[in-house]
Design a protein around this ligand. Structure first.
Ligand code: C5P
Length: 228
């Protein structure tokens, strides 16, 4: 199966309390973005990589990607949008023919190849698949007064990570429909779910956490040190 990878890296990182966007922060010897891209390079059938960044980090992203691409992979950086969804939509317009499109956040640099592969196989079979882990905390639904309205059974609650992987035609249809309906989701699967299509949850592990808060960055730096 042929695969294209889209990496949204155009967030401003408001929750990190730093001026540099998270993907461009340094982990030991390389940036978070570089470490993330590296996770995918050994993936069988990977032919295209797109990185969406803000305008001011486009050049930096191009230099990072340019240095690490093997000859069989086409790489391209582009300007993202105001939301994650818009950034991915922009990238999706540039994807040429491929079986699967893989979307992976620039800020999850510890995803394991075996989990990416399992997720690809599942997407190939069912149409869509996302990596996740069972929720460890009890999750409450609240109202705008912070009053608890509901406690859904934890048995059926999973935290969704990326990669989120789809057959290309399905993902394109989902993004076009979302635009038409003015629907904005926080992940890719939610757009595909709206079509009534099947998206499977694939069990990964907690090392694939998203670097969002300062504590996450500290953990990432410790993990990188440990692995050399
Ligand atoms: O904001 P959130 O943590 O959900 O961001 C997930 C990923 O989406 C990050 O890698 C971030 O850089 C990216 N993003 C983007 N364009 C935006 C907002 C976020 O590419 N406008």
């Amino acid at each position: 199966t042929t695969k294209a990878l889209i990496i949204p890296a155009a967030g401003v990182g408001s929750r990190m309390q730093k001026n540099t966007p998270k993907p461009f922060l340094q982990l030991e010897n390389c940036t978070i973005l570089e470490q993330t891209i590296r996770c995918f390079l050994p993936l069988d059938g990977l032919q295209q990589i797109f990185v969406a960044t803000s305008e001011s980090f486009l050049e930096k992203a191009e230099s990072i990607l340019g240095k690490m691409l093997p000859p069989q992979i086409n790489g391209r950086c582009l300007v993202g949008g105001k939301t994650r969804q818009e950034s991915i939509y922009n990238a999706l317009q540039k994807v040429s023919e491929t079986d699967l499109v893989i979307v992976h956040d620039a800020v999850r640099p510890f995803v394991k190849l075996q989990h990416i592969q399992k997720c690809c196989d599942t997407a190939e079979e069912y149409g869509g698949a996302v990596l996740g882990v069972p929720a460890k905390d009890t999750i409450k639904r609240i109202d705008d007064q912070q009053q608890i309205k509901e406690t859904p059974s934890r048995k059926f609650l999973w935290q969704t990570q990326t990669p989120q992987i789809f057959q290309k035609a399905l993902l394109v249809q989902a993004y076009n429909q979302a635009i038409q309906d003015d629907f904005v989701g926080t992940d890719d699967a939610s757009l595909v779910e709206r079509l009534g299509a099947t998206v499977k949850m694939v069990k990964g592990d907690r090392s694939n956490f998203k670097i969002t808060y300062p504590l996450d960055l500290q953990l990432a730096k410790l993990l990188i040190k440990k692995d050399g």
